[in-house]
Design a protein around this ligand. Structure first.
Ligand SMILES: N[C@@H](CCC(=O)N[C@@H](CS)C(=O)NCC(=O)O)C(=O)O
Length: 237
């Protein structure tokens, strides 16, 4: 049994999709990041970076007690290794998967995250910041489209790299990205969404998160915690 500490965001979806693809037994522990659950001492003991997702494997191979893992890329690798699936064995194919997984973790995800923040959540609409991250997003989507030209999946076969990247493409509305001029991304994403495990992973936990609109205090708690006193408030969606 795996405990998944999560919230329905791109990084959270990566792990619920992988758990469904790998047919692992899991249960969701909702961490409502709008209510500050990510800052409780119990959660920090599992995820010291106070971010979702995190897992605890209650039944690890070494039999040495519950095994916590945070960082979505590390979790995907852990689950793939545990099951020997979604990560090819040959060094060449595995290197392909790892490159695209790292590309997502270090570039695609963080840049889109910042773009979403400055476009949607920031109370000051700072043109320079929105422009900078929109340009980066366009550059990264261009790279993704070129990579997928003539390919079914990012590496030789469907893998954790596809899950990591597609979970962010699924939130492209927040980043004002259209797939009309990215035909290879559009076809690949359609293939991804047709997978039953992907649909189950996206729907996992429906109803447990709580969907009341955030109050201004909650928005500020989410985005401004740890920042200087008097920092500007954060706009709603
Ligand atoms: N690099 C981390 C990023 C995780 C992350 O940014 N999680 C967001 C939700 S997608 C979060 O927990 N935010 C809570 C907060 O900002 O306090 C990963 O991939 O796991």
């Amino acid at each position: 049994m795996i405990e998944l500490y999560s919230f329905p965001t791109p990084n959270g979806h990566k792990v619920s999709i992988a758990l469904e693809e790998l047919a692992l037994d899991y249960r969701i522990v909702p961490i409502n990041i709008a209510r500050g659950d990510q800052h409780t001492p119990e959660f920090l003991a599992i995820s010291p970076n106070n971010r979702i997702p995190a897992i605890v494997d209650l039944d690890p191979e070494d039999g040495d007690g519950p095994l916590p893992v945070f960082e979505s890329g590390a979790i995907l690798l852990y689950l793939a290794r545990k099951t020997e699936r979604l990560l090819p064995e040959s060094p060449r194919s595995q290197a392909e998967v790892l490159q695209w997984l790292m590309w997502q973790m270090a570039g695609f995800g963080p840049m889109l995250g910042q773009l979403g923040h400055f476009r949607v959540f920031a109370s000051e609409k700072i043109e320079y910041a929105i422009g900078r991250y929109a340009d980066e997003a366009a550059r990264l989507y261009g790279i993704l489209d070129r990579r997928l030209s003539g390919r079914e999946w990012l590496a030789d076969e469907y893998s954790i790299a596809d899950i990591a990247v597609a979970a962010w493409v699924n939130f492209r509305g927040m980043h004002a990205i259209e797939l009309d001029d990215l035909p290879n991304v559009a076809d690949w994403f359609e293939r991804f969404m047709l997978r039953p495990a992907v649909q189950r992973g996206l729907a996992a936990g429906a109803g447990v998160w709580g969907d009341e609109p955030l109050t201004q205090d909650e928005r500020n708690a989410l985005f401004l915690r740890g920042r200087r006193p008097g920092a500007p408030e954060v706009a709603g969606r």
